[in-house]
Every structure is written in C-alpha cells, then in structure tokens.
Ligand binder design. Structure first.
Ligand SMILES: [Zn+2]
Length: 201
C-alpha cells in the first residue's frame, strides 16, 4: 500500500487510541474463554442426549444408518408410535428423511441403537403374530352365523376378501352381501369398517 504525505497511514482500528483502548485487550482475554465455553455447550447440546437407553438403562451404540425417504405406508401390525416410545424407542437402524429425496439429501446418518430395544421389538412382533393367529383361529372357527367386524383380520377391506377368509372362496361374497343388505350400500365400495353377519353356507 502506498501513502503520500497528505494522507497519513490509517492505523488498524484496534490500535487507534480511544476510550476502548485499554478495555479491548481485557475484553479479548475475557471473551475467548466465554466463546470456548459456549462452543463446548453447543457441541454437547448438538449431541443426542440419550446415549443410555431410557427404557433399558443400557449404553447404546452409535451406528451409521441409512436415511429412508418417501411416504411410509404403515403396516397395520406395526406398533403405534406411543407404544414404541414406551417399550423400544431405540430399535430402528434407519432414520426417516421425509417425503422428498433431493440430489443433496444425505444417504446415511448416525443414530444411537439399543440392543435391548431391538430384542424387545423382535419379541413384541412375535407375540403380536401369535395373538393375531389365535384371534384368527377364534374368529374363523366360531359357529355360523357369527358377527364379524371388518378390518379385524386381513380381509382386504372387500366382501370377496371376507368371503375368502370365512368360506375359502372369494366368489362366495354374494352370500355375505345378501345377509347384510341393510349394512352395505354398495358392495363395490366398502368402508372396510362394516360389522357383518357371516351366514352359514
Ligand atoms: Zn433400549
């Protein structure tokens, strides 16, 4: 940088004499530890707090997991979110990334996983399958006529699905339709929540 005689060199602002001249070095020595402290706090706040599973009190493992995008169609057998949070909140080895995947969307993320949560989830699913199988057996073996609330078993939400369940043949759906005309307005447009009388064949 060139200076001429008429324009004296401009000193860097912090070296210029002024009221803050003595104050600033003092502030710098004070501000640095504060910034470092704030930085540490920010880092610890950014880390997931739950390194120990709040349900099983076990130390969790930080795993690199895939980020899953798109609309997730819930399986009717899946546990509800509340139940999952209660029984096995850290069982998933994936992270939900939302509906839309963009070119810069991350493919992996880190998440704490609890092995006890995973065991609990597997056991819950096995118990659920057993309960469903028992319920299915109980409903299907009930003496006819019987009452069936659609959606209790996997009936596909259709009359032919119900007919397949109870009679082993989807083509028998008119039998159910005829016995439930007051309940069914349009057999091709079921809500899947109807309570039906299942007649004896
Ligand atoms: Zn756990």
């Amino acid at each position: 940088m060139m200076f001429n005689r008429d324009t004296p060199p401009r000193l860097p602002s912090r070296a210029r004499p002024g009221s803050a001249f003595f104050f600033r070095p003092f502030m710098r020595t004070l501000i640095h530890p504060i910034l470092i402290l704030l930085g540490c706090l920010a880092v610890s706040a950014a880390e997931p707090a739950a390194q120990v599973c709040e349900v099983h009190k076990t130390k969790m493992e930080l795993k690199s997991v895939p980020v899953v995008y798109g609309l997730m169609k819930p399986n009717p057998d899946d546990p509800t979110g509340d139940l999952e949070r209660h029984l096995f909140p850290h069982s998933h080895e994936y992270v939900l990334g939302g509906c839309v995947i963009m070119p810069d969307s991350p493919k992996t993320d880190s998440v704490y996983v609890c092995s006890e949560c995973q065991k609990a989830a597997v056991k819950w699913e096995a118990d659920m399958r057993l309960r469903k199988a028992e319920l299915r057996q109980k409903i299907l073996s009930a003496p006819k006529p019987c009452v069936y609330k659609m959606g209790t078993l996997d009936d596909g939400g259709t009359l032919s699905g119900v007919a397949k369940l109870f009679y082993g043949a989807a083509s028998k759906w008119p039998v159910i339709y005829n016995a439930n005309r007051s309940e069914i307005k349009n057999p091709n447009n079921m809500t899947g929540k109807e309570t039906l009388t299942i007649p004896k064949l």
